[in-house]
Design a protein around this ligand. Structure first.
Ligand code: ADP
Ligand code: MG
Length: 267
């Protein structure tokens, strides 16, 4: 059981590449922390709404969404919906959010819109210990809003060629946000996803990531596991769909590692 008096932690799950495991990591890390006794909120900031769908929130259940949160002044408490897991809630998104990037661009203090909607106080009042923001596959204004509103970023890195190339670009955006809008932003860690220990490429990406980013790379690697990819079509985290699968075990280990780290590092 986590200490309820500590500050809630807001973590942006970011990588401008699609299909690297952001949504899967947000959902399953959240589910693992719920198993530890926490209440957790996922904020779906991707117009594709995969986190919403993957947790069983159908489009017709998404009346108020992160679009209304960012652009129409809706309150977070009014857009949050419950999932099948009583301690795991989600602020859903729909394709409406795809126009938000352009619409936000003309707003004043356009990088701070999410931060203003999601103060520590608000999150604490709602009773969450962790919030995960599932970002779109882009370094656009939505992702920047997520980084400005967060305590840290968590970066899933798919164990494939070119994985590191995107990382340096992401780090530039991270440093830019720290310098201009959110000096307290930290790197929670980089997690290798869809890892295959029999594949030389996976091992090479791991070696490169560890030599470039050192201790920022989590010890835990999430293996490629078919149960992980099947779970969303059953509207469940893999932790409840198949609790003993390799994927579930890895996400539990990742949650333990996350909880045992003192503070994310600044890099
Ligand atoms: P992103 O949010 O970065 O676009 P997703 O989390 O949606 O990436 O993952 C992309 C695809 O890979 C999805 O079909 C997902 O089910 C699958 N996937 C993610 N992690 C794993 C894993 N560890 N093992 C097998 N498939 C995975
Ligand atoms: Mg996604």
């Amino acid at each position: 059981m986590s200490n309820r008096t500590t500050q809630p932690k807001i973590i942006a799950v970011v990588n401008q590449k699609g299909g690297v495991g952001k949504t899967t990591t947000a959902i399953n890390l959240a589910a693992a922390l719920v198993e530890q006794g926490e209440r957790v909120l996922i904020i779906d900031l991707d117009p594709q709404g995969n986190a919403s769908t993957g947790l069983g929130i159908m489009p017709d259940q998404r009346e108020l969404t992160t679009y209304e949160l960012l652009l129409e002044g809706a309150l977070i408490k009014d857009i949050v919906v419950k999932t099948n897991n009583p301690n795991l809630d989600i602020a859903p998104s729909t394709t409406d959010l795809s126009s938000a990037d352009i619409q936000l661009a003309s707003r004043e203090r356009r990088s701070f819109i999410l931060k203003n909607a999601l103060s520590q106080q608000t999150v604490r009042d709602l009773g969450y210990q962790h919030v995960f923001i599932d970002c779109p596959p882009s370094l656009n204004l939505l992702t920047v809003n997520a980084m400005v509103a967060s305590d840290s970023i968590l970066v899933p890195l798919q164990s494939e060629y070119f994985a590191l190339e995107g990382l340096s670009q992401l780090m530039l955006t991270y440093r830019d946000v720290r310098q201009t809008a959110n000096p307290k932003l930290r790197i929670e860690g980089i997690v290798l996803t869809m890892f295959d220990r029999r594949n030389n490429l996976s091992l090479q990406v791991e070696a490169d990531a560890r030599s470039a980013m050192g201790e920022l790379v989590f010890e835990t690697r999430v293996p490629r596991n078919v149960r992980v990819s099947e779970a969303p079509s059953f509207a469940k985290p893999v932790l409840s769909f198949d609790p003993t699968s390799k994927g579930s075990i890895a996400y539990r280990a990742l949650a333990q590692e996350l909880l045992s780290r003192k503070v994310g590092q600044a890099a």
